[in-house]
Design a binder for this molecule. Structure first.
Ligand SMILES: C[S@@+](CC[C@H](N)C(=O)[O-])C[C@H]1O[C@@H](n2cnc3c(N)ncnc32)[C@H](O)[C@@H]1O
Ligand SMILES: [Zn+2]
Length: 313
């Protein structure tokens, strides 16, 4: 974690009302903290920084419980005894561990996004059969459009490997990417180093409880996330940190998954929710092709809708 961003981070626990955090750095490399804690002096919570990844969640214990394979690796890789002791003390309380979440390393959806990021070429079996050329990263490259008029500090919620975050970083002074998957954020941070980028940082955080100061972001995007979380809570969370005239971009296939009971929403209802949260929508409903390659023999095809909205001051 770039140490400088500590000034923009806030506690995610309810009574603290976005209290600022302080950094206890246990291991550093250059201007980054590799192991340490972000601390809140009101609720006394400490949010760990593991392998350079800050994890700013209300319930770290539950987070570890749901990705026990990743949790084991945290302990193996942690070099400072204080972080290791903290992780072990969390582990002592885990009663019913479950193996890794679908978006953690080697699981189904992690592999799909890994394919899309690393191994997807135009001589791909399916793409080469199509009459019309569909580029796998088309939806990320849409963010390059000049008429989107992007400016200021940006946030990409549910960023996975950061494909869209890196697009934003080409245009904005600084961009944060957040995702619940530790494995995605770890990989996204490696890409920052490979590309030697200085204006991007990634954090593990919950989309519906963002750890940022209020009125911080001029531009917030969320691609293919609305169907994974409660849209009403997502909009509340976005409003907790967007600027008064900020821009919101949502891209979605509205492929709702029942576990979140989201199938009651559709494109019209989502647009109404956005408007009721204080936005003016500047785009009509659209059908933009998007393909996710699940493995060598299976693909998901979507038409996504692009919502471009401005927060009314
Ligand atoms: C369908 S994927 C979309 C990824 C990326 N935005 C894209 O379009 O390529 C949904 C992403 O949201 C993340 N996610 C799901 N629930 C989340 C939550 N509550 N908070 C933050 N990220 C979440 C997943 O880990 C995953 O990376
Ligand atoms: Zn606190």
């Amino acid at each position: 974690m770039i140490k400088e961003i500590i000034y923009n981070l806030r506690c995610v626990n309810n009574p603290c009302n976005k209290n600022g955090l302080t950094l206890e750095s246990l291991r550093e490399e250059g201007d980054e903290c590799i192991e340490g804690f972000l601390k809140c002096n009101i609720c006394d919570s400490q949010f760990p920084i593991i392998q350079g990844v800050p994890i700013v969640l209300q319930n770290f214990h539950e987070y570890a419980r749901r990705r026990i394979i990743t949790y084991g690796k945290w302990i193996v890789h942690s070099k400072s005894s204080k972080l290791r002791d903290f992780l072990r003390s969390v582990g002592m309380k885990i009663r019913y561990p479950t193996s890794n979440d679908l978006y953690e390393e080697n699981n189904l959806l992690y592999r799909a996004y890994s394919y899309n990021y690393h191994n997807y070429h135009f001589d791909d079996r399916l793409l080469s059969l199509l009459k019309k050329k569909i580029e796998p990263d088309n939806i990320y490259r849409m963010l390059r459009k000049k008429n989107l008029d992007l400016s200021g500090i940006g946030l990409d919620i549910g960023c996975s490997f950061g494909s869209s975050t890196f697009e934003l970083a080409k245009r904005l002074p600084f961009v944060f990417g957040v995702d619940l998957s530790f494995s995605f954020i770890l990989e996204a941070r490696k890409i920052i180093h490979d590309k030697m980028l200085k204006n991007v940082e990634f954090i593990v955080s919950d989309a519906i409880n963002l750890p940022f100061e209020s009125k911080f972001f001029q531009c917030i995007i969320a691609l293919n996330l609305v169907d994974r979380v409660n849209p009403l809570k997502l909009l509340d969370s976005i409003n907790s940190c967007i600027k008064d005239n900020g821009k919101l971009i949502l891209i979605n296939p509205y492929h709702f998954v029942n576990e979140n009971n989201n199938d009651q929403f559709d494109s019209i209802k989502i647009r109404k929710i956005v408007e009721r949260h204080g936005y003016l929508i500047n785009s009509n409903e659209s059908y933009i092709p998007w393909i996710v390659k699940m493995n060598e023999r299976s693909y998901l095809f979507y038409f996504v809708d692009l919502i471009v909205a401005n927060r009314i001051a």
